[in-house]
Design a protein. Structure first.
Length: 255
């Protein structure tokens, strides 16, 4: 990549679905000896990033610092932990608080911290460099409710619409989102906030792409076969066999 890449991981949610099964933010839940978010980060193109920004709640300062220090050195040196005092209304609002610290021309990947993408992230970077989209959304075949979904224009092959928490197609978002630069992301988020475009009082990253598309920017899908979700306690339990296989075979490739 010719321009710097910044990865942003918002980790300052309520983790409400894990209340009663785990105390504290789910992102630090031990998952086969690693915090949950380490798995998410390992599946991203961290070796291409010049900065990795995680956003945590102030109450998690101690565990956030400890878990950062447990990352492999080549990743740890890139990670900056940003703390906010309280939960904000959705991941889009959370991400917006760090944008002022990011270089204007930096490419950006926003990633949730509760999934493992079963892919070669280097191929995704090659795709971005070749196609040069304004935005890109990895998508996966899915047939469940309560995910984000993408409608793809069959004529252009571009993303036509993103819906959160409503099943509008058979392709779901994976919790990872690419933006060509900070300006593209900032303008889309400003439009989203100005229109109070919320779902259940929360602002989502996926919604920002609709405003990019409205500005005639080019948003492409990137097709995956599998994403391993750890979003809910059931997802977490179901993810363990696959993650265990990766760990047992030491199949944690360079990304």
């Amino acid at each position: 990549m010719k321009t710097p890449l910044t990865i942003i991981m918002p980790m300052a949610g309520r983790s409400g679905r894990f209340q009663g099964t785990h105390q504290g933010s789910k992102y630090y839940l031990s998952t086969l000896g690693m915090p949950m978010y380490h798995w998410a980060l390992l599946s991203l193109p961290h070796n291409k990033a010049h900065r990795i920004i995680t956003i945590s709640l102030e109450k998690d300062r101690e565990i956030a610092t400890i878990s950062r220090n447990r990352l492999p050195e080549q990743i740890r040196d890139k990670v900056e932990v940003f703390f906010i005092p309280d939960v904000l209304p959705g991941p889009a609002k959370t991400v917006s608080v760090v944008l002022s610290s990011i270089d204007r021309d930096s490419e950006i990947i926003v990633s949730h911290a509760d999934q493992y993408l079963d892919w070669y992230a280097s191929h995704f970077i090659e795709y971005i460099c070749r196609e040069k989209p304004d935005g890109c959304i990895p998508i996966v075949p899915m047939d469940v409710d309560d995910w984000g979904y993408v409608v793809v224009d069959i004529k252009t092959g571009e993303v036509a619409r993103v819906s959160e928490k409503v099943k509008t197609s058979y392709y779901a978002t994976c919790g990872v989102y690419y933006f060509r630069n900070k300006e593209v992301l900032s303008e889309a988020l400003e439009d989203e906030f100005r229109h109070f475009d919320r779902i259940k009082s929360e602002y989502y990253i996926g919604t920002a792409f609709n405003y990019m598309i409205g500005r005639s920017l080019r948003v492409l899908p990137y097709y995956l076969n599998r994403v391993v979700s750890m979003n809910t306690p059931d997802d977490f339990r179901n993810a363990i066999p696959f993650l265990s296989m990766l760990k047992d075979n030491m199949w944690l490739p360079e990304r």
